[in-house]
Design a binder for this molecule. Sequence first.
Ligand code: NAD
Length: 321
Amino acid sequence: MELSHGPGVYKYSHKSYSSQSDSWSSRVSLNSWAAPVVGAIFGLGRAGSIHLSNIIGNPRVILKYIVDDRSERFAELKDYWKLDNSVTFLTSKDSEKVYKDKSVNVVFIGSPTWTHEDIVVNSINNNKHVYCEKPIAENIEDTKKCYETAKAKGCTLFAAFNRRFDPAYSGLWQRVRNGDVGHVQILKVTARDSPLPSIPYLQTSGGVFHDCLVHDFDMACWVLGELPTRVQATAAALIPEVKEGIKQTPIFYSFPSRYRLAYKYELEHFLDVVMNGEPMKVTSWQTLAVSKIATAAEKSARTGQTVELDWTKDGIPAIYS
Ligand SMILES: NC(=O)c1ccc[n+]([C@@H]2O[C@H](COP(=O)([O-])OP(=O)(O)OC[C@H]3O[C@@H](n4cnc5c(N)ncnc54)[C@H](O)[C@@H]3O)[C@@H](O)[C@H]2O)c1
């Protein structure tokens, strides 16, 4: 990615990519909300299980519903997570029960990406604050619709870019701002989604740019405080399993353990936004910008062409246009 200020001329501004927050998030918070929030979680797969373990261990959240479509796992999950009858298991065809339950004020979404928009919009239309796994929706237009709904209803919509909350990454962000690393000329980011996700997951994930690399696009912009002016991407499928079939491997050694603290701190941040009116660190325009970069990268990889990015019509703070 080529950044707007060019190499070696990094400028820090208090209006930077990393510090702008969505203005409506504090408007809706119940300042110093003393009682725990009451929550529901949609989707208990790879991401949802991590969120569930943090939710269960957090005294600021009372979990009331678990919604997942693999009902055959409900008894085993209830036993494994030592849940009592105060937690109701539902399949998605009964999601209305969650939406219509006025005692529920926060919804956590860890279901597949193609289900996000529907759950986000229904939750917010019923006055619930939402913590949604990235990406918020399958495309930029639907993502905008979700944020517009949140703004209209005065609800928080948090996109779970967990790496922002990882101590190593936030330490780097701080060192760049302190000038400890000098002028940043190149940022190299390496990411792996290991072990290999299942083929059915990959088929509905939205592709590597939108599903996986959005984290890296967000990291690059966040650490550098700039948006790219052009994107050049190349891609290849080098792993035979991607074409051949499903590989089942425990995920314990992968992102759940690497980002254990990030997921925990991310939940605390969401609760601080909802309960204490703290400004949200992952803003709507940042999420939309990352989605635009992912779309450009995918286009570049498919066409072999460099894709220019024009930010002038995106409503992004002036410093980046
Ligand atoms: N931030 C991260 O580190 C991270 C890591 C992995 C996945 N993700 C994101 O999390 C989301 C889920 O990915 P995953 O890997 O956990 O998927 P997964 O396939 O492992 O799990 C999805 C779960 O959702 C359930 N489900 C399906 N439709 C549903 C519906 N309508 N309502 C409720 N539950 C439903 C499925 O039964 C399954 O248990 C994706 O958007 C993905 O991009 C984020």
